[in-house]
Design a protein around this ligand. Sequence first.
Ligand SMILES: [Zn+2]
Length: 144
Amino acid sequence: MIYTFEKSDLITKQLRKFTTAYTHHVVGQYANIDFWINEVVTSLKAIDEHKKRFDKLYTAQKEWTEDHGTVIHKYCFICNGRCEFSNGKPSLPVYKQEKGLRKELVDAAYFFLLRCFRIGLLTREELKQKCDTIGTSIDPNDLE
Ligand SMILES: [Zn+2]
């Protein structure tokens, strides 16, 4: 899995775990809320810049292999060694788009904050500020 996506998924899972934990555990995790919000924001930025980083990686790899005439022969089980049909051209990396991980991360952070709000760990105004920071808004139905 791609580093950026794996990291995002890890934070999502962590926040989901917090959200459904015992109240006293939630209180403990909320004590480090600035750290967790920062993790979310950093991860979202990494996802948003993933394409830009991929393009740099792709271009650098492509230019290097072209300039140096890099030849790669993978082991072929049919030819029992170097494949007679292989042109030796190294394959270039394939871009993979994130599919919903970004939204899952924002949602996980949102529901954790909401749980904290319900417990009374933060005011409505603080909840709004933190939601703004992670780029989401409060659904008024969630506050009832
Ligand atoms: Zn072969």
